[in-house]
Ligand binder design. Structure first.
Ligand SMILES: Cc1cc2nc3c(=O)[nH]c(=O)nc-3n(C[C@H](O)[C@H](O)[C@H](O)COP(=O)(O)OP(=O)(O)OC[C@H]3O[C@@H](n4cnc5c(N)ncnc54)[C@H](O)[C@@H]3O)c2cc1C
Length: 442
């Protein structure tokens, strides 16, 4: 019987183990993971904090017994310390040995803890594990002021959530607007105004995090380059790095992003060792460079593929175009490249913008839909787009990523067909309007 060991029980590891055994029931599949749970969605944590979701129950896909009944040998709260490729076995910190014929590394990512004074005070939070998030949730009712460091997607979700618990929420970020690493200032304005004017978030842009002060081991204030901010809790959305220690220990190659290099079957350079999820790098279809993606959709799909291939299948992974979106009342999203990234990489571009609507102008559900498209000046092929507005941002972001993948031109977008149905779609599709404007500007 072929023995498969999967290390890591996040989206990638769960996808790998379940798909391997579903592909071939005769396999002996063991999943070893550090946390108490597998197959839960950490993505829902900010929304439970904000009470959009009532509690954590729905964030667990299935109880652990479901996976055991499927035939997976599940080892939770267990950490793999050593992989011995000569003996073909992994060893855990509590001295257990698990032999394997094939190994799948789904070790994910970890925060880079900033080297700042008093970063270990109680009240300084790095959210990852759902059990710890449940404990924090219980403490939020007593929090009066909180600081969120860094306006990355998770940081933005947190500053949208915490005011719903009557917490005075401060954002500290060294950039000049939300998600300034990849998004454009003009497209973040709508969300930024909503957060400040409707939810009362206090933005500290152009501000560096300097350290923390506390009393009796508990956080009392956050030190920044713009002065101290009183806080009972600080959420640090620190840089996330791929967890590659185990991989490197057996000679697996990592690439320019620091993550594991895999081929399109999720195979590493070491025989019979596969890897998937946030610990690997993935080719970007347009830029033709590797990127390290820390998102559930990629982790699950890559894990599924690694599981199928390890079990004898033959599925390959395609380059990515990275649609993204977030926000509840005001939504933002897009598909890379943004103007910010085009400028940073020296990529030539033309722009088309439009402000459309999400429904018929006379329907009560109507909301604005801002669209900004970027295209190659010569071929007029779409290279990126961003959206800001109401319902329908996510679907349009997915559509734009697919349009980039299919090398769609502005002319094709300007003449696209669209649904007109009063509650969900206007006569003129905002994407088509932005494409027309881009062509008119040439
Ligand atoms: C608060 C939060 C919100 C998020 N929101 C979104 C979102 O909105 N959309 C989205 O797409 N993604 C989101 N993500 C990211 C996503 O959920 C996953 O973290 C990401 O997809 C990576 O999955 P993964 O399985 O590759 O790695 P991880 O989720 O990091 O899982 C890896 C697992 O392996 C374990 N492990 C590592 N080394 C060992 C070892 N030596 N021995 C045993 N176990 C080990 C780790 O403890 C961990 O449980 C969010 C994450 C968080 C924390």
């Amino acid at each position: 019987m072929t023995r498969i060991v999967v290390i890591g029980g996040g989206s990638a590891g769960t996808g790998a183990a379940t798909n391997a055994i579903q592909f071939d029931r005769s396999l002996d599949v063991t999943l070893i993971t550090e946390f108490e749970d597998i197959a839960y969605s950490p993505c829902g944590i900010p929304y439970v904090f904000g009470r959009d979701i009532k509690n954590f129950d729905g964030l667990f896909l299935q109880p652990l017994e479901f996976y055991s009944e499927m035939g997976i040998n599940l080892k939770t709260e267990t950490v793999v310390e050593v992989i011995d490729m000569d003996k073909r076995a992994v060893y855990t910190t509590n001295g257990e040995e698990y032999p394997f014929d094939k190994l799948i590394l789904c070790t994910g990512w970890e925060y880079e803890i900033p080297n700042l004074a008093n970063v270990d005070l109680e009240g300084i939070i790095f959210i990852k594990n759902i059990r710890r998030a449940m404990e924090i949730d219980g403490r939020l009712d007593n929090v009066k002021q909180a600081v969120v460091w860094q306006a990355k997607p998770l940081g933005v979700e947190l500053i949208e959530a915490l005011p719903h618990r009557d917490i005075e929420t401060h954002l500290v970020d060294s950039g000049s607007w939300l998600m300034s690493e990849f998004a454009d200032a003009d497209m973040m304005e709508l969300l930024q105004n909503h957060l400040v004017n409707d939810l009362g978030v206090k933005m500290h842009f152009g501000t560096d995090l300097m350290g923390f002060s506390g009393e009796d081991g508990k956080l009392t204030s956050v030190q920044t380059s713009d002065g101290d901010i009183d806080a009972d809790m600080a959420f640090l959305v620190a840089p996330m790095k791929p967890s590659t220690k185990l991989a490197k220990s057996i000679g697996i190659k990592t690439g320019s992003t620091g993550a594991i290099i895999v081929d399109n079957h999720m195979k590493t350079n070491v025989d019979e060792v596969y890897a998937a999820g946030a610990c690997v790098e993935t080719m970007h279809g347009l830029l033709d460079i590797p990127v390290n993606l820390i998102q559930g959709t990629y982790a699950y799909t890559q894990g599924r593929l690694a599981g199928v291939n390890v079990a004898g299948g033959d599925e390959s992974y395609s380059p990515v175009y990275v649609p993204w979106a977030l926000g509840s009342k005001v939504q933002v999203g897009g598909a890379l490249i943004s103007e910010t990234l085009a400028k940073a990489t020296g990529m030539p571009y033309i722009i088309g913008k439009a402000i459309g609507i999400t429904a018929a102008r006379y329907h009560p559900s109507v909301e604005p839909m801002h669209v900004k498209l970027l295209a190659d000046p010569k071929s007029k092929k779409l290279i990126g787009g961003q959206l800001a507005g109401g319902e329908g941002v996510k679907e349009r972001a997915d559509f734009l990523a697919f349009a980039i993948r299919k090398e769609t031109t502005l002319i094709e977008l300007a003449t696209m067909e669209n649904v007109y149905s009063p509650p969900i779609g206007a006569l003129v599709e905002p994407i088509a309007a932005a494409a027309k404007n881009a062509l008119a500007n040439i």
